[in-house]
Design a protein around this ligand. Structure first.
Ligand code: MG
Length: 158
């Protein structure tokens, strides 16, 4: 078994849809980024890559690479899951915590878990998404951005 951990954060800016955990969450601003800024998906990608010993997102999807401009976080996650499978690993379980002051994310965590599980190619019960605020403190507390932290357990299949 291999354990992996990933962290990501993106800035909230007006005029973009808020894409998080593979779904669009209704909000007045969205996450900035070369891709769709989906910090939840990106944190999970880094956790999977780290557990599989495959480096990190920046290595596989450089921000200057035009092929990945506007790429959705779940597309990247699908690609990362395939890389992990090729390296001989299956996702046993994953958990992501999203940190945001607003919008309130708890009504959306089940849909995020389902979308992330679909991208990973596992049953939804193997993926948990939870949400917390930072109690008004720091960049997430001031609404400047959204952060996410993920852990994943991989098991060797070949
Ligand atoms: Mg990111």
């Amino acid at each position: 078994m291999r354990i992996g951990h990933g962290i990501d954060a993106h800035r909230l800016v007006p005029g973009r849809p808020l894409m998080l955990g593979g779904i669009e969450v209704p909000h007045g601003s969205g996450l900035e980024g070369h891709s769709d800024g989906d910090a939840v998906s990106h944190a999970l990608c880094d956790a999977v890559l780290g557990a599989a010993g495959l480096g990190d997102l920046g290595r596989h999807f450089p921000s200057g690479d035009e092929r990945w401009r506007g790429a959705s976080g779940v597309d990247l996650l699908r690609h990362v899951a395939a890389l992990a499978r090729d390296a001989g690993f299956a996702v046993s379980s994953a958990q992501v915590v999203a940190i945001a002051q607003a919008p309130r994310l708890s009504p959306h965590t089940a849909a995020m878990a389902s979308a992330l599980a679909g991208a990973l190619g596992v049953e939804p019960s193997r993926v948990a998404v939870s949400a917390t605020s930072s109690d008004g403190m720091g960049f997430t507390g001031r609404g400047e951005g959204i952060a996410a932290s993920a852990v994943v357990l991989l098991t060797r299949i070949s």
